[in-house]
Design a protein around this ligand. Structure first.
Ligand SMILES: *Cc1c(COP(=O)(O)O)cnc(C)c1O
Length: 426
């Protein structure tokens, strides 16, 4: 008689897990404030005094301990605008991790620059500072670490290399709202930090983004680049007084989205507390299960000055310990038990066709194309640690961590069940 639901047995559970996104009366109240007023537009530069854009930018910056918070249209354009604000030019090289969302690297192409792929640290799944040296050339201008799944990259080590080599730092914190390392939040370690409020993210308006910085000069550039590259000579000017000095486009966030985000930001601490408690319960259980390892435990999160933002709950799966049943089959067996584990990305970014030189010949200038070709030559057969992680990673999405304790116990029960009955999958 089969025990596993995948083989006809009874599943551990049939109830669903929490859905995402979640809205309450608060979102409606904030949106109503915009709709009932005459101001549906955030102003020429996107955040005039008294607008939702301004209010949300200030509140988010305060929440993260940064001086300036500037909303933009989404997390990808946030990276693009941030790169332009750092004066990254066509042909400049920017070091990016090979394991991240696609737009971390394609945003580099969008400003005509060259992404150079670095390997990951297997303990954090984030950019490995030890691999930076290999990626450096005289054309390297910036490093773009990603706090993947909410786990902070090793920022002290990355900042160290950047300082020695004169590189700018842009943190892609799209998955790491309110993640903390050594008491300092994501997006405040580098020159700039970018965030996304796309609907999967832990704070959302369906779409949306934001840039944090402590540097007033960078903030001024971001504000100008966000709205057609028009700089303000003096405060309170009319449109006709704005001087356009740089090619840009319209990257403003709408007032309606900013209103939704006000409610989302206010609710965030409650959700965060729930995710932290549930993740801790899972961690304790997962530690007992052979052949599984939670990513992000290398820096104990019980320490008050570190916090994992838990966008993803990553597990590393040891195929050998599971009799060579592959991680996708393992996921399917868990799904049959009613637990929504999904496979992590199965290939590094550079294996997507868009990163082949042929795909880029019409997009990059000859200088950038030549440098990109050299970077690919240097990359050779790829980043070994990333390649390995691609073959053994499964994950839960953050909304699963908004469940009850009983839900976490069901997850652990299903993991044990599949572990004990893995031979049925053969
Ligand atoms: C979501 C995401 C982005 C892009 O954000 P959008 O708002 O969807 O454009 C960039 N980087 C990472 C790591 C992301 O997870």
């Amino acid at each position: 008689m089969a025990k596993l639901a995948a083989r006809g047995g009874t599943p551990v559970r049939t109830e669903t897990f929490p859905e995402w996104p979640l809205a309450g009366p608060e979102e409606r109240e904030w949106v109503e404030k915009v709709l009932s007023g005459s101001r549906w537009f955030g102003g020429l530069q996107g955040d005039d005094p008294g607008t939702m854009g301004r209010l949300f930018g200030e509140r988010f910056a305060e929440f993260h301990g940064a001086r300036f918070g500037m909303p933009v249209s989404n997390g990808s354009t946030a990276i693009e605008v941030a790169l332009k604000a750092l004066d990254i030019k066509p042909g400049d090289e920017v070091i990016v991790p090979a394991y991240t969302f696609i737009s971390t690297a394609t945003s580099v192409f969008m400003v005509g620059a060259v992404p150079v792929f670095a390997d990951m640290d297997p303990q954090t799944y984030c950019l490995d500072p030890m691999d930076l040296e290999r990626c450096l050339t005289p054309h390297t201008k910036a490093v773009l670490p990603v706090h993947l799944g909410g786990q902070m990259a090793d920022m002290p080590a990355i900042c160290d290399v950047a300082e020695k080599k004169g590189l700018r730092i842009l943190e892609d914190a799209a998955q790491a709202i309110d993640s903390v390392l050594e008491g300092k939040k994501s997006g405040t370690w580098g020159d700039l930090g970018t965030f996304s409020f796309q609907s999967n993210k832990t704070m959302t308006a369906g779409e949306g983004g934001l840039i944090l910085t402590n540097d007033p000069d960078i903030a001024e550039k971001v504000v100008a680049l966000r709205a057609f590259g028009r700089f303000q000579d003096k405060p309170g000017v009319r449109s006709s007084d704005l001087t356009c000095t740089q090619v840009s486009s319209n990257y403003r966030l709408s007032e309606l989205q900013a209103a939704v985000l006000m409610a989302q930001l206010e609710r965030f601490p409650d959700h965060d507390a729930l995710r932290q408690a549930n993740a801790e319960r899972l961690n304790q259980g997962v530690e007992q299960i052979p052949g599984l390892k939670h990513i992000g435990l290398n820096r104990p999160h019980s320490k008050p000055n570190n916090k994992h933002g838990y966008y993803y709950y990553f597990l590393r799966y040891d195929t050998e310990q599971y009799g060579n049943i592959n991680p996708d089959q393992f996921c399917e067996a868990l799904q049959a038990e009613g637990i929504p584990f999904v496979p992590g990305d199965r290939k590094p970014l550079y294996r997507h066709p868009v990163f082949e030189v042929e795909s880029l010949s019409d997009h990059l200038c000859p200088l950038a194309l030549e440098r990109y070709q050299k970077a690919l030559d240097l990359l050779g057969s790829g980043c070994p640690v990333t390649e390995e992680a691609c073959g053994c990673t499964i994950l839960l999405r953050h909304q699963v961590l908004l469940g009850q304790e009983k839900d976490m116990d069901d997850i652990l029960e299903a993991l044990w069940k599949v572990h004990k009955n893995i031979d049925e999958l053969r």
